[in-house]
Design a protein around this ligand. Structure first.
Ligand code: SF4
Length: 316
């Protein structure tokens, strides 16, 4: 590629870290500083390879099964949240637990528990096997039914429809979730819906930004790991809008042929992808011939979540 073929990089705004990811990483870092290595973390603290490797170097050990954690160890639950069974097992094994579940996921857990006490059953819209879905469904022993698409909505069989509520994974495609929710409402017209949607502010804002970005560029690069739900949704959304989109976990993965002949390259990042990776991608695209970087206009996020007790700084 020559410099006159590729002119401009446009950065989505907002992009990258959300408040829940910031908090989760800080919990592991502070636990390491306060208690020393190793700190055990159940599941990847957030779905990002760079973040996980960085914390591994500092002394975090990532595990999936609590049987791998020695008695008396300090354990952090990932931002995606855990089931009641995992919580009970951690208590029974005597770990010191710090819960890095995003408060917006906890909000869904609290709502599920409250309505279940009132006799509700649930339809959950989400992706099978995602740890957030396992954690939310695992708030109850039964009575929560997963639907991944409109076909599932047709097939789902709750045991009663008098007291039925819907909950949603926080990182879904806003448009797909709206379509599935509409099908749920159609089949169960009296279903109870949350006052405020479960899809979180960060997911909504990053998807809104990609919609605007896609109008301004010829190709979109999404910085994010393959396991990151919200990053995948960003790439998918750009493609739906008719723009080629590629996900990269690091700048090295970027292939020059993706940019060949493109005048304007858009860059965004999933909620778990650190800004340093975006900067690496910018450097690489500049080395391939881009001559200007422009930041899109967009909203500034000010959400911040408090740390758990026991990890706050003396002054905070
Ligand atoms: Fe919380 Fe949303 Fe970030 Fe997930 S993407 S950690 S729900 S703010």
């Amino acid at each position: 590629m020559t410099s006159h073929e590729l002119q401009k990089i446009v950065l989505a705004e907002p992009r990258g870290f959300c408040a829940g990811v910031d908090r989760a990483i800080e919990i592991v870092e502070r636990a390491l500083a306060k208690f020393g290595a190793p700190i055990y973390v159940r599941h990847e603290i957030v779905h990002n390879t760079y973040v996980v490797n960085n914390l591994k170097e500092k002394g975090a050990i990532f595990i999936e099964d609590l049987a791998e954690v020695p008695r008396g160890a300090t354990l952090v639950f990932s931002a995606h949240g855990v089931s009641k069974a995992v919580q009970r097992e951690a208590d029974a094994r005597g770990f010191t637990v710090f819960d890095a579940t995003c408060p917006l996921v906890t909000k869904v857990h609290v709502e599920v528990a409250k309505l279940a006490r009132e006799g509700y059953e649930f339809i959950m819209i989400g992706h099978k096997g995602h740890p957030e879905v396992e954690g939310t469904m695992g708030q109850l022993d039964h009575g929560i039914h997963l639907v991944e698409d409109v076909d599932d909505v047709r097939r789902v069989q709750p045991s009663q429809t008098e007291k039925l509520a819907v909950v949603t994974q926080t990182t879904l495609s806003v448009d797909d979730a709206a379509e599935i929710s509409a099908a749920v409402r159609m089949r169960f017209p009296r279903i109870r819906e949350p006052k405020q949607q479960d899809i979180c502010y960060a997911t909504q804002n990053r998807q809104d930004a990609v919609k605007l970005l896609s109008k301004q560029v010829d190709v979109v690069i999404v910085v994010g790991s393959p396991t990151s739900s919200n990053s995948n949704r960003l790439a998918e959304l750009a493609r739906k809008l008719g723009v080629d989109a590629y996900m990269v976990d690091s700048a090295e993965e970027l292939r020059p042929e993706w940019l060949a002949g493109r005048q304007r390259v858009g860059i965004t990042a999933g909620a778990s992808a650190p800004e340093i990776l975006v900067q690496h991608v910018i450097e690489r695209i500049r080395a391939l011939g881009a001559v200007a970087v422009r930041r899109m206009d967009g909203i500034t996020e000010t959400v911040k979540f408090p740390l758990p007790k026991g990890l706050k700084l003396e002054s905070s």
